[in-house]
Design a protein around this ligand. Sequence first.
Ligand SMILES: NC(=O)c1ccc[n+]([C@@H]2O[C@H](COP(=O)([O-])OP(=O)(O)OC[C@H]3O[C@@H](n4cnc5c(N)ncnc54)[C@H](O)[C@@H]3O)[C@@H](O)[C@H]2O)c1
Length: 272
Amino acid sequence: MDDRLKGKTALVTGAGSSAPGIGNGRAAAILLARSGAKVLVVDQNPAAAQETLDMIAAEKGSGAVGAPIDVTKPEDCRVAVKQAVNLLGGRLDILVNNVGVSARIRTSVVDLPPEEWMRVFTVNVQSMMLMCKYAVPEMKKSGGGSIINISSFGGMYPSAGNNAYATSKGAIIAFTRSLAVDHGADSIRANCILPGMVATPMGLANKHNTPETDAERNKRQTAERERRLKGTLLGIEGTGWDIGNAVRFLASEEARYITGIDILIDGGAALR
Ligand SMILES: NC(=O)c1ccc[n+]([C@@H]2O[C@H](COP(=O)([O-])OP(=O)(O)OC[C@H]3O[C@@H](n4cnc5c(N)ncnc54)[C@H](O)[C@@H]3O)[C@@H](O)[C@H]2O)c1
């Protein structure tokens, strides 16, 4: 524990985890709390959010679980911001927009249903616009704040058959810069993080959504982890904690002169 973020209120979306383990949102929520922030843990899956809060509480951190929220719904986003402000001390200092999904099929645009492309865009990008729409006025009242949007390596370096995800993650970079331009004068900083191939439940999920046995899943994930290791310069595996640490840095006073940037956290994969 340290007190870098003491007295600050944070809201993290997608702070549960899509499967057992430590995702980027969960790691960010735990690390913000470890540095003294009061964290509203928000997710569409209340059990996953509660699990994150339990982890925070086990470290004697401070926070609460927000009402289950679908970040594509304006009213849900408004309520989440209100809960963060009301339940956690009357201010909002830190917003982490972490929710992100991939398309359900991997294919080029030729075979990609437009509605699936739009679903990904709505969940990944419009959600951030909605959260910021309600969070920015509260941050202004609080005298400023830090918004951290989770983009992806794939937004700069797309993999094959991933058009919807890559486009949405690229858009987050532009969205973040625009936010930084509009609200720098309000002392609101906006930055984004581009995780590389980090070993989180989402990162190791079955992207083709094909049925698999436990043994098949273990084999696929082992092969995927080996492939990822070879894809970095450092030869080490990235985790949700690597992303969470960058979130915590960007949220803190240590980053007071940083806005409008995107940080690639990929073990050097972009240079391979
Ligand atoms: N893991 C990787 O390798 C990797 C790489 C690059 C970028 N990212 C990005 O990191 C972010 C997520 O990371 P994570 O590890 O926390 O993922 P995760 O899948 O473990 O957690 C995401 C959480 O978001 C919640 N969620 C999904 N849709 C929602 C919605 N509409 N409303 C509210 N909650 C919703 C899920 O319930 C889940 O708990 C995403 O933006 C993803 O694109 C991950």
